[in-house]
Design a protein around this ligand. Structure first.
Ligand code: PEP
Ligand code: MG
Length: 914
């Protein structure tokens, strides 16, 4: 880094050094403060210190690069000029704020310091200049408190710790006999400032710094340092934000929302981001400072309900600013503003976070309003594919909800901050929630708090829903749970939460930690006890058909969006389904075929017969058992073919090791099973036990499974093939179309594939001859072991299609058992050993490289080889995008992931376009 490198970017007086394209360097907040300045919106002047400085600070022992000091002082001078005030002046002091701002917003994860520049001298000047002594001393006491908490690290560390400043404040109010902070007089606030300073001295051994320049550097250091705090690191890991990005720091002139009754502060949205309804909305407080709104201390008012009456001029200005912003950014904005003596000042704008619900509605509405094109509506940043999941989220079963209402179990109604219904046991601390979840990942929890703070992130993540007593629709709890797609209700002011007693009291009822509670995040209703949930409206329309499509607006928008999705994507989307019911669901969600039918799932309904087959000592006995299985398999396949109509159906031959059907465990769990099998087969119990012993494997995933079974016992492959072709011929005879694709599992050698292919084709010929019906079919293979990928050219000489079985390919490439990796993957993720769970998101460098080799090799031998993926990764958006990039023809995933995979496929295709 050289001394003449630019680190500091000024904005003010209608002109800025930066603009909105510079997010990587200036962070989202800094880039947009610059952009808003440039488009003429009212922004208090200031400057942004870029992310290079953060990285330098982190890597160089909390020091700054050469030249930064001079640049900061120069930008401060310009800020003074723009605002007509002077930093540290004893007559007309400028105060500044210092806020973090990373490339992607990380709500509440990093630190902020307000009112920098106050000391015993400047506070007098501020009092005189503003004509409001109480305001000046209130600002000073807030500053000393924040400086102590943030810069001098006095924030409570444990859940049982108290904030010493809050304690002193409470004592002061009690002594003064007042309820609210705002009821304290200037003199009482003066005393508090002195007490706060003493608290700092006692806790840290240093005096509170009175030099405004020293204060700025302290605050800048704290903000850069907060990039590396635990909650920010956890957040980045969760949202895939690289640690190397760093944050920018924004130093900006203060404007005051707490100067009097013509002042206010608030956070707003240019349209609602919970359900996506149009219209400016948000929270505000008259005569307050910014942090009061999000901190949840006072329950804020709603902009759309009362601001028009409380501050009509400001409301008009805000409405116009909202329209300008949406037109300029072509996106719903989330803003922070302050009204100082009737004038609106913009402190921030950013693309708003929204629920999956709102994302779909807003994107579709913006197209219909002519602000964006239908292709733009599909952009990943507007609708992350995973967020579609929320439209497929549960709601309360209406009957159960009515019953809960009739039984008087409605406890209270508050702000509906995150849609979705959730039920679970009350848990009041994030740490406890995490502990309970670690002990039982299926546990249902509702996190109940007075308010949440970023420290609660871990608990929110594992809870089904979140309920808070304080806070508005833009509070931390609301923002974060919407982003997580969790049901959330905030501002339940009638509820008293007693952490010490572990109780919540509402409407005269007392509930304990661990009692069941249910929340309706669509309506804001809180119910005592468990209220069962039921599927989403889209699911009701598409799957259960209990709502007519034309009666659901939500479905209408979903449908419109999915039409655009299908116009834009290249990848086909199939489903993994083993039953006609699953197949029908998947088709309703838009699946274009079955990419994987695991035939062994059908066998679990016919365990007696399959066990007979397993225990057989010779081919004749085995065949006799297989003959009994044949009609069941035929019927199952016929059902699938009929459900799928003209769509392709890939049926995989038997894959798991035989001991999955019969092992010591089965004999132990069912004490009469051994005798029963012995009688059926006419052999001794010892013989049964001996055979079970033989089947045992030390390392079953690498044992006698996949095509190795069919090679050693070709009669199994023959029976399954016969069942497939008999079913296909029957369906074709009935006049319907049918497209079977027979898939050989776990082949690594081309000889393995050829061996099995021969058996399949022989059966096909026999069945066609017997029935007089011919069906077109293909025989292909799964690519599940590294050798298959490496020798794909040889395998593709015979195989007519490939399907990457990335579950097995991941386990065999990484040498990481898919059944046993749970023991360490959590630790690996926490410590950034792996960027993702490799069994959820394809390990692109490793497994992905093999896939590329497989694609290239396969298409070298067979130019138009059809290639898909049917591992769990087929429904993961990042993996779907990778599959598109390497040229696969389709992805296959579970039915409920189909819409998500479709959207991800469209987003992948659109990323190709210049
Ligand atoms: C795979 O290995 O990715 C696959 C789809 O097969 P299974 O999960 O049945 O082993
Ligand atoms: Mg597999």
């Amino acid at each position: 880094m050289s001394a003449d490198q630019k680190y500091v970017y000024f904005f003010g007086n209608g002109k800025a050094d930066g603009n909105t394209t510079m997010k990587n360097s200036l962070g989202g907040k800094g880039a947009n403060l610059a952009e808003m300045t440039n488009i003429g919106l009212p922004v208090p002047a200031g400057f942004t210190i870029n992310t290079d400085v953060c990285n330098y600070y982190t890597d160089n022992d909390q020091t700054y690069p050469e030249g930064l000091k001079e640049q900061l002082l120069e930008a401060l001078k310009k800020t003074e000029e723009a605002m007509g005030a002077e930093f540290g002046s004893k007559t007309n002091p400028l105060l500044v704020s210092c806020r973090s701002g990373a490339r992607e917003s990380m709500p509440g994860m990093m630190d902020t310091v307000l009112n920098i520049g106050l000391n015993d001298d400047t506070v007098q000047a501020l009092a005189e200049h503003s004509g409001n002594e109480r305001f000046a001393w209130d600002s000073y006491r807030r500053f000393v408190q924040m400086y102590g908490d943030v810069v001098l690290d006095m924030k409570p560390k444990e859940k049982t710790d108290n904030d010493p400043f809050e304690e002193a404040l409470e004592n002061k109010k009690e002594a003064a006999g007042v309820q609210l902070d705002s009821d304290l007089t200037a003199d009482q606030l003066k005393e508090l400032v002195a007490e706060f300073k003493q608290l700092i001295k006692d806790a840290t051994g240093v005096d509170f710094p009175t030099d405004p320049i020293e204060q700025i550097w302290g605050a800048v250091g704290a903000v850069f340092g907060s990039w590396s705090n635990d909650r920010a690191v956890v957040y980045r890991r969760d949202y895939g934000i690289p640690h190397s990005w760093g944050t920018a720091t924004n130093v900006q002139a203060m404007v005051y929302g707490n100067l009097g009754d013509d002042c206010a502060t608030g956070v707003g949205l240019t349209r609602d981001c919970s359900l996506g309804n149009p219209g400016f909305c948000g929270d505000y407080l008259m005569n307050a400072q910014g942090e009061d709104v999000v901190a949840g201390i006072r329950v804020p008012l709603r902009i759309e309900e009362t601001l028009k009456d409380d501050a009509p001029e400001a409301f008009k200005q805000l409405d116009e600013i909202g329209k300008t912003l949406e037109k300029h950014y072509k996106e719903v904005q989330d803003i922070e503003f302050t009204v100082q003596r009737g004038k609106v000042w913009m402190l921030q704008t950013r693309n708003a976070k929204r629920t999956g619900f709102a994302a779909v509605r807003i994107a579709v509405d913006l197209v219909n309003e002519g602000l964006i094109t239908s292709a733009e509506a599909l952009e990943k940043r507007r609708i992350p594919a995973d967020d579609l999941d929320q439209l497929l989220q549960p709601i309360f079963d209406p009957k159960a909800k009515t019953q809960a209402q009739e039984e008087g179990r409605l406890l209270t109604t508050a702000i509906n901050a995150g849609p979705g219904a959730a039920t679970g046991k009350i848990c009041m601390h994030a740490e406890d929630a995490e502990e309970l979840f670690n002990a039982d990942p299926n546990i249902d929890l509702i996190l109940v708090r007075r308010e949440t703070s970023p420290e609660d992130l871990r608990g929110m993540r594992v809870a089904n829903g979140i309920l808070t007593a304080f806070g508005g629709a833009s509070s931390h709890a609301a923002l974060v749970s919407r982003q997580m797609g969790k049901a959330c209700i905030v501002g339940a002011g009638e509820m008293d939460v007693d952490y010490e007693a572990g109780t919540i009291t509402v409407g005269g009822k007392v509930l304990n930690n661990g009692d069941w509670l249910s929340i309706d995040g669509f309506t804001g209703e809180v119910f005592q006890g468990e209220v069962p949930t039921k599927p989403s409206e889209i699911v009701e329309v598409l799957i259960h058909k209990t709502i007519k499509p034309e009666d659901s607006e939500t479905y209408g928008r979903f449908e419109q969006l999915m039409t655009w999705v299908d116009e834009n994507r290249k990848l086909q989307v199939r489903t993994n389904a083993d039953s006609p019911e699953q197949a029908a669901e998947a088709i309703a969600f838009g699946a274009q075929g079955i990419g994987l039918c695991r035939t062994e799932h059908m066998f679990f309904h016919h365990l007696d017969e399959i066990r007979e087959m397993i225990l057989a000592r010779d081919v004749k006995t085995r065949k006799a058992a297989l003959d009994k299985l044949l009609p069941f398999q035929r019927e199952d396949f016929q059902g699938l073919f009929e459900a799928m109509g003209d769509k392709p159906v890939t049926i995989r031959l038997l894959d798991p090791p035989l001991h999955e059907f019969l092992s010591d465990r089965h004999l132990e769990e069912q004490p009469d099973l051994g005798d029963k099998l012995a009688t059926t087969l006419g052999v001794s119990l010892e013989e049964i036990k001996r055979r079970v012993e033989e089947l045992h494997e030390s390392n079953p995933m690498l044992g006698h499974r996949g095509c190795r079974l069919g090679i050693v016992y070709p009669e199994i492959t023959a029976m399954q093939s016969r069942a497939i072709f008999e079913a296909a011929c029957a369906v074709k005879k009935s006049g319907a179309e049918v497209h079977p694709e027979v898939m050989i599992p776990l082949a690594g050698f081309s000889t393995e594939f050829k061996n099995q292919e021969a058996v399949v084709r022989e059966q096909a010929e026999q069945v066609f001859a017997e029935t007089g019906v011919t069906v077109e079919y293909t025989v292909g293979t799964m690519i599940e072991v590294p050798r298959a990928a490496l020798c794909a050219d040889q395998i593709a000489e015979s195989a007519e299609f490939f399907s990457f079985g990335t579950n097995d390919l991941t386990q065999t490439t990484l040498g990481m058992s898919r059944d046993d990796y749970g023991g360490f993957i959590g630790f690996y993720r926490e410590n950034d050993i792996v960027p993702n769970d490799p069994f959820q998101t394809i390990d692109q460098d490793g497994v992905g490289s093999l896939m590329k080799i497989g694609v290239e090799g396969g298409r070298k031998s067979r130019e138009n080889l059809k290639i898909g993926i049917c591992g769990e990764h087929g429904g993961d958006p990042a993996s779907v995008m990778f599959c598109h990039k390497i040229g696969l023809n389709y992805v296959s995933c579970s039915p409920f992931r189909v819409p998500i995979a479709r959207l991800a496929a469209a987003q992948a295709a659109m990323a190709d376009k210049p």
